[in-house]
Design a protein around this ligand. Structure first.
Ligand SMILES: [Zn+2]
Length: 120
């Protein structure tokens, strides 16, 4: 399974309702909150090795499934099951995703995005 995201509805007093995406660990199923113990949560992917798929992956012609998980034990379990695994800290995910969506590639873009989404 990869990237289980759920919308959590919040009702701040006197403010518009918020629809907040929430991520759950693809290994243990518990909610991600950014950090567990000394380990930051991560997103990880099994990188193809030694095949045409590897060449295609590095040429930007193929994609791989993305999973999210707690760092530390959950990442270790994922790595043991799937072999060579690439990963990044979870705080990189929204930044890269926003850039790939064309929403925020510069600091000025981020400030505008923050103003539009958070400071409504
Ligand atoms: Zn976990």
């Amino acid at each position: 399974m990869a990237l289980k995201m759920i919308i959590e509805v919040r009702h701040p007093q006197g403010e518009p309702d918020l629809l907040c995406p929430v991520l759950y660990c693809d290994v243990c199923g518990e909610r991600l909150d950014g950090k567990r113990g000394d380990y930051i949560d991560v997103y990880a992917y099994r990188q193809p090795e030694g095949t045409q798929a590897e060449d295609d992956y590095y040429a930007g012609k193929a994609s791989v499934p993305l999973s999210v998980m707690h760092g530390g034990t959950c990442f270790d379990r994922f790595n043991e099951k799937h072999g060579y695994t690439g990963y990044m800290p979870i705080d990189h995910l929204p930044v890269y995703l926003a850039a790939q969506l064309g929403l925020a590639k510069t600091r000025e873009d981020w400030n505008k995005l923050w103003d539009r989404v958070v400071d409504v």
